[in-house]
Design a protein around this ligand. Structure first.
Ligand SMILES: Nc1ncnc2c1ncn2[C@@H]1O[C@H](COP(=O)(O)OP(=O)(O)OP(=O)(O)O)[C@@H](O)[C@H]1O
Ligand SMILES: [Mg+2]
Length: 340
């Protein structure tokens, strides 16, 4: 039997499709009581990972468990984990209620649960409409309703914000937060857009090209945002040399002839440039936002130039409930700027 913990553990998970390394040695843990975002650009390996977690794809190596068990050993899995994956289809001529009743029967829950979950996702008034006529956002809600049928302890949602309007995103945010926090459930949500799930998630696992780039609390990623100064000197090479000689190491020229300096103030840079007799024509403070950091972590192509190096994030103890070696080890192993 499973352990009833509500914990998702992904351990050294890899999947190869022919020559494509879809997922490489991925490890993370998701605990109940919070929403974890599983983020990465298109093709990063999110859906493949979730499919392995849900027993739909066999891993090349490693393991993914829910409540301490692989999906195939969960008994009645719909009672433990509800999921929505990409491109889930509905019988177009079936009403929303009937669609849900078919699934309810399959997992052994009473018919009335269909109306309950329609109410939960705000589709109560559309119960008798055919799913084929639903909008994209309504289909997302119906898919979520299907996932909720078994009142599962764990929810796994692949790109649930796709197709939702701003009101729908707000609704989803409130719904998932209360599902996770008030009911102590586990929620794992993937997305390729950080800003769509930023308000929704507490923890984040960021992957790119099948590899973990960051794993830890979103707050820590936020706090680690570091500003840099873009300097326009008469002689970029001389300024780089002077700054480095004075112990400022995070310095590099940008393609547009400026010098990007992290970990130093405008005043400090100005003083050092003046002392070295280097004319400076302008300086600009540049604050990295979370979205750009996500872009840098996943693409390795920070458009402002190679000088920007955020500090390693989350060096402290693991968040509550995480194993001592989990997030830190993973993160430190992979941190160090973009990896290609
Ligand atoms: N069944 C398959 N056969 C061959 N290659 C596959 C298969 N499924 C996924 N891939 C490849 O694995 C890689 C990861 O794909 P995956 O669908 O997991 O990415 P994703 O992060 O979900 O992307 P998106 O944001 O576009 O949904 C891609 O290169 C993809 O082409
Ligand atoms: Mg996907």
């Amino acid at each position: 039997m499973h352990d009833g913990s509500g914990r998702i553990v992904v351990q050294n998970l890899s999947k190869q499709f022919g020559a494509v390394n879809a997922v490489q040695n991925l490890s993370f843990t998701v605990e109940p009581g919070s929403v974890t975002g599983f983020l990465g650009p298109n093709g990063a390996g999110k859906t493949t990972t979730l499919r392995m977690l849900l027993g739909l794809v066999t891993p090349t190596s490693g393991a993914a468990t829910i409540n301490g068990r692989p999906h195939s050993q969960l008994g009645n899995p719909a009672r433990v984990v509800g999921s929505v994956l990409e491109n889930e289809g509905f019988h177009p001529s079936r009403t929303a209620r009937n669609h849900l009743r078919v699934y309810a029967a399959a997992i052994g829950v009473p018919d009335r649960r269909a109306d309950e979950v329609l109410g939960l996702v705000g589709l109560g008034s559309a119960a008798d409409r055919k799913a084929g006529g639903f909008s994209l956002g309504m289909r997302q809600r119906l898919a979520l309703a299907t996932a909720l049928l078994g009142d599962p302890q764990v929810l796994v949602l692949d790109e649930p914000t796709n197709g939702l309007d701003p009101e729908g995103i707000l609704w989803l945010r409130n719904f998932l937060r209360s599902y996770a926090r008030e009911q102590r459930r586990t929620v794992l949500v993937s997305s390729h857009l950080l800003n769509e799930v930023e308000q929704l998630i507490d923890q984040v696992v960021i992957i790119s090209q099948g590899i973990t780039r960051y794993y830890g609390p979103l707050d820590q990623l936020r706090k680690s945002q570091q500003s840099r100064v873009l300097v326009q000197p008469a002689d970029p090479a001389a300024l780089v040399k002077t700054l480095q000689e004075n112990g400022i190491q995070q310095v590099s020229p940008t393609p547009d002839g400026r010098v990007a300096v992290a970990g130093s103030s405008v005043q400090q840079i100005g003083d050092l440039a003046a002392k070295a007799g280097i004319a400076v024509y302008g300086m600009q403070e540049d604050h990295a936002d979370l979205e750009r950091m996500f872009f840098q972590l996943t693409q390795g192509q920070y458009t402002g130039g190679p000088g920007y190096q955020p500090q390693p994030q989350y060096q402290g103890p693991p968040p509550p409930g995480y194993p001592p070696s989990g997030p830190q080890q993973q993160q430190q192993q992979h941190w160090g700027g973009p990896q290609r």
